[in-house]
Structures are given as C-alpha cells and as structure tokens.
Design a protein around this ligand. Structure first.
Ligand code: C2E
Ligand code: MG
Ligand code: MG
Ligand code: MG
Length: 282
C-alpha cells in the first residue's frame, strides 16, 4: 500500500507533519511565557440542580488568549502542557485561583461547589494530596465545596496508588467526580473500588441524545448506574430545553451546558446567576 501511495504522498505529508510539530513547539514556548506572566484566566460554568432549579456548583475552565497566537482552546494547549511537563504548574495555579475565588464567593454568601479539572499527570504526582491540603489551608475554603474532576483512565493506571490517593483526598473532606464518563476504558467493576461522589456523563452522549436511541440507552444506563451506587450524576453539554424532560424522567441530578450558561469570567458569575436563577423553569 505504501508503494502504491508513492512518493507524492510522502512529500505531501511531511510538510504538514513538520508544521504540526512547529505549531506544538511554538505553543509550548508561549505556554511557558503565560505561566511566568500568569496570563491564564479561569472561567466558571454553572451546574444546575434539576429538582431545585438552582445553581449548586461551578466548573473552573482555563481560558487563554496569547498576545502572539490569539485564543487557544484548553483542548489544544492542555495536551501540549501535559507532554512537556508544564501541566503541574498550570494545574497548581488553577487550583489556587479557583479555591480562592470559591472562598471569596462563599464569604459573600454565594456558596457554590467548585469543580476543578485535574490532569492525570498532576493527580499522579507524589505531592498532589499535600498540595491540595495546603491550598485548602491557605485559602480557608470548606473542603466539602471542593470537587476534583478526574477522568476514568486515571483509575486504570496504578490502581493501588490511585485508590490510596483518592482515599487520602476523601479524608480531607473533598468530593471526587469522574469527568467525561463513558468515553474511557475503565470497566464498571473498577468504579466500585474507588470512593467516587459523582459521574459526569460526557457531552458526546448528551448532544444528540434526543435523536439517537443508542445515546438514550447509554445515558439512561449511566444515570441508573450512578444512583444504584449512591453517586450523583451530572449531564454535560445540555444545549436545548427539549433535553430537560428526558433528563428529569430519568431523575438525572444536575446539568451543565450552554442552555443555562457558557463558562463566564469571574466578575460576571454572581450577577448572571442572580439575574437568571429566579427564572429557571425548564
Ligand atoms: P471538560 O472538563 O469536559 O469541560 C467541559 C467542556 O465542555 C468545556 O470545554 C466547556 O466549555 C464545554 N461545554 C460546556 N457546556 C457545553 C455545551 O452545552 N455544549 C458544548 N458543545 N460544549 C460545552 P473547554 O472549556 O473548551 O475545555 C475543554 C477541556 O479542557 C475540558 O473538558 C478539560 O478536560 C480541559 N480543561 C479545561 N480547563 C482545565 C484545567 O484547568 N485543567 C485541566 N487539567 N484541564 C482543563
Ligand atoms: Mg471537567
Ligand atoms: Mg475533562
Ligand atoms: Mg467533560
């Protein structure tokens, strides 16, 4: 097959490969600059309790506009930061920033659970638990308000260490969520071995759930699974009102998505929630 494709293809592919590599390197360089200059931002996306019809949590999501490269999505720069080892300093910064923000808000009476994405590399560092502990101590945030989001695949790797880390985190009084649930490789038997509070159904199952009977079966099963194991369940990627009856019929606990709000900069969160929360009807 390689022969058939011939030389032309080879020459066609090589430059694009090179460009990809160059692009990665230049993003990596700029990530270093952004870390040094603290030019990342954290946005917050509300999570809504479907029974109470009010905002109960926020997810912290990184945003980055580089002076040279423009807006770069976390789905682009996080993997690059993971490969180059830069994720730990970014991750530590997000933890501090979001915990401090949650503490400030709770002092003003805006008490919200704060969800923070944790990269597998960050989670597996030997000093991760002590880092979380010292951030909780320094910020004074109620540990019950902190919700760390890890992905399923973290559970697969070095299972014993992982269980230990999770147990130590639970001893601090914080919550653990499994992000993008359903997209990883973990088998269900893994789940019960770990102290997990919440499953977040990946948005790829939610986005077209009303038109796709397979997605319906998957979402229905995940909600049941979560409840049977005494876990909370959040639907990610809820974009339309029509999805609400579907989720309510299945007693999904919470939802997060553009229907209520996209991620917001810190200074817009409280006023947005104050203005829109009273009119959540669905
Ligand atoms: P995630 O943790 O699964 O975050 C949810 C993503 O879905 C966010 O994308 C959010 O903006 C997007 N989203 C929310 N509602 C909707 C919706 O209704 N429709 C659609 N189509 N999308 C929706 P974002 O902010 O681009 O982040 C992408 C991923 O980057 C995150 O996925 C997370 O894995 C990673 N990430 C973001 N911030 C951090 C961070 O601080 N640390 C780490 N380690 N990863 C992060
Ligand atoms: Mg997340
Ligand atoms: Mg994620
Ligand atoms: Mg997700």
């Amino acid at each position: 097959v390689a022969k058939e494709r011939g030389k032309d293809d080879y020459q066609k592919y090589l430059p694009t490969l090179r460009t990809k590599r160059d692009e990665k390197l230049s993003i990596e360089k700029r990530v270093r600059v952004a870390i040094a200059q603290k030019s990342f931002q954290v946005y917050y996306q509300p999570q809504i309790d479907l029974r109470e019809k009010r905002v109960v949590g926020l997810e912290a999501l990184l945003r980055w506009t580089d002076k040279k490269l423009g807006v770069i999505s976390p789905s682009v720069f996080i993997p690059i930061a993971e490969e180059s080892g830069l994720i730990s300093s970014i991750g530590d910064w997000v933890l501090e920033e979001a915990c401090l923000q949650a503490k400030k808000w709770s002092e003003k009476g805006f008490t919200m659970r704060m969800g923070i994405n944790i990269s597998p590399i960050q989670f597996q560092r030997p000093d991760f638990v002590s880092k979380v502990k010292s951030i909780l101590r320094d910020t004074g945030l109620n540990p019950q308000l902190l919700d760390l989001e890890i992905t399923e695949n973290v559970l697969l790797y070095n299972r014993e260490e992982c269980a230990k880390t999770l147990t130590r985190l639970k001893e601090l009084g914080i919550q653990i969520s499994i992000d993008d649930f359903g997209t990883g490789y973990s088998s269900l038997s893994y789940l019960r071995q770990f102290p997990i509070d919440t499953l977040k159904i990946d948005k790829s199952f939610i986005l077209e759930v009303l038109d796709n009977s397979n997605d319906q079966a998957i979402v229905t099963s995940i909600i049941q699974l979560a409840h049977n194991m005494n876990m909370r369940v959040i639907a990610e990627g809820v974009e339309s009102t029509e999805m609400i009856p579907f989720l309510n019929d299945r007693e999904c606990d919470e939802m997060q998505g553009f229907l209520y709000s996209k991620p917001l900069p810190a200074n817009e969160v409280t006023s947005f929630v104050a203005k829109t929360e009273p009119s959540i009807v669905f």
